[in-house]
Design a protein. Structure first.
Length: 440
């Protein structure tokens, strides 16, 4: 049973500086991020292909099911956050329930019911994504409530997100290796056999962490603030607006990367290598951003990372067919900024929760970040693809010189403009965010 050591936190002042967290303790907390991130690609990328090719299900129907389930998944996040805050004393049981749902849904997804494959697909993905959201929101909340110094919070989020990136990389590589060795059905059977104990082992490591971790908890007199009240103050309005804009900027190249690599660079066989370089760079950059945040503060570190993202990624606009080495360099250099994007905003929110005594709303505040991430991805899909379509772009066909520029500008220049807007907004909001309080 997960049992956390907790202390009351009835004041809004920052905690006294705490000793440096041991690496093993960071690992036991963040280990669950590895199987969480690992699950994403099989659920949204490999499973639809598996059902379409192996089970001969219509791809259009599968896509429609996924679209509906993504909407459900996004808008259930605030509900999960509210329930997790209301029943915070049962957070260990909530986490266990989320892990059971995720593991069960993952197993079901790749062991389909032959008589009703589409119904089984929809039910499996719903169970998977619900469990995923429960675990993600509560894991982030636990990190945000960990009673440590503000400098250590960047290490907490950095360790968690680095392990998540490694899980994402493992998910990108493992299915491809397995399907080269055997047929898809047996390959995904092996994948699920490996995934369930991996998930259970990570939960066990988290249980070790909770035995010694000191967590802030709401004062006994605390009452949940209504959603409207949570978003009414200036700090959170600025923070969430900047998170949404920044995530939207990052989501556009995520939506278009496959098209750009294949149709602009003519380098489709190297897609996996480019992604490997990008995500490894992001994971490797975490220690750098931890040091930058400790020296200059989290807000200034975030500003630096946004500038770095623009300076390094804008060069993709000028790349063309055959520029493989140049694009690999862009992936490696722009990947450095990814670490800050993943680690710094959650650490800033954790600082705010502690400084403003918002422990009673911690899960809801983190659930809003999860919701905004999903909204940004949907908005990027809804904007970028229609822009390209309006100019006559057809994926997989030879591009005219005009379409080459349209694809390059949409893929790289538009996100850079949005990143610059985020940087400008972050500079303007510097004083507000630095105060870290609601009453501003």
């Amino acid at each position: 049973m997960l049992q956390a050591a907790t202390v009351d936190n009835n004041r809004s002042s920052n905690p006294a500086p705490a000793p440096r967290i041991q690496l093993f303790k960071l690992f036991t907390y963040g280990a669950l991020a590895f199987p969480l991130a690992f699950a994403g690609l099989p659920i949204y990328l490999h499973a639809p292909d598996f059902y379409a090719v192996t089970l001969a299900q219509p791809i259009g129907t599968l896509g429609f099911i996924l679209l509906l389930l993504r909407l459900v998944d996004a808008f259930q996040d605030p509900l999960i956050g509210s329930l997790s805050d209301r029943f915070y004393k049962q957070r260990p049981q909530i986490l266990i329930a989320g892990v059971v749902l995720l593991g069960t849904g993952f197993w079901m997804l790749f062991h389909p019911l032959a008589s009703r494959p589409l119904t089984w697909f929809a039910l499996s993905v719903l169970i998977c994504t619900t469990g995923f959201s429960i675990v993600t929101i509560n894991l982030q909340t636990l990190g945000g409530l960990w009673k440590v110094s503000t400098a250590e919070r960047t290490r907490i989020t950095g360790a968690r997100e680095a392990l998540g990136l490694l899980g994402l990389l493992a998910a990108a590589i493992t299915p491809a290796l397995l399907t080269q060795w055997t047929n898809p059905a047996f390959a995904f059977h092996i994948l699920t056999l490996a995934y369930i104990p991996l998930l259970a082992g990570a939960l066990y490591l988290l249980s070790l962490w909770t035995k010694s971790a000191e967590l802030s908890r709401p004062a006994k007199s605390s009452q949940q603030t209504p959603w409207r009240g949570l978003l009414k103050n200036r700090w959170r309005a600025c923070f969430y607006a900047l998170v949404l804009l920044n995530t939207f900027a990052s989501a556009i190249p995520a939506v278009l990367v496959m098209f750009f690599i294949r149709d602009r660079l003519g380098a489709e066989p190297y897609t996996g290598l480019f992604l490997l370089i990008y995500f490894l760079s992001g994971a490797a950059s975490m220690p750098l951003w931890i040091k930058v945040a400790a020296k200059f503060g989290k807000i200034r570190a975030w500003q630096i990372s946004l500038g770095l993202a623009v300076i390094t990624f804008i060069w993709a606009v000028f790349l063309g067919r055959g520029d493989l080495l140049a694009y690999a360099a862009v992936c490696g250099l722009s990947g450095l900024a990814l670490g800050a994007d993943l680690a710094l905003p959650p650490a800033l929110l954790a600082d705010h929760i502690e400084a403003d005594a918002r422990q009673a709303e911690a899960s809801r505040l983190f659930s809003l970040m999860a919701l905004l991430s999903k909204v940004a991805l949907a908005a990027a899909t809804g904007l970028a693809l229609p822009i390209l379509g309006s100019f006559g772009y057809v994926p997989g066909t030879e591009l005219t010189p005009k379409l080459e520029w349209v694809l390059s500008l949409t893929y790289a220049a538009l996100p850079c403009l949005l990143k610059l807007a985020t940087l400008f907004g972050l500079v303007l909001a510097d004083n507000t965010l630095s105060q870290n309080k609601s009453a501003v």
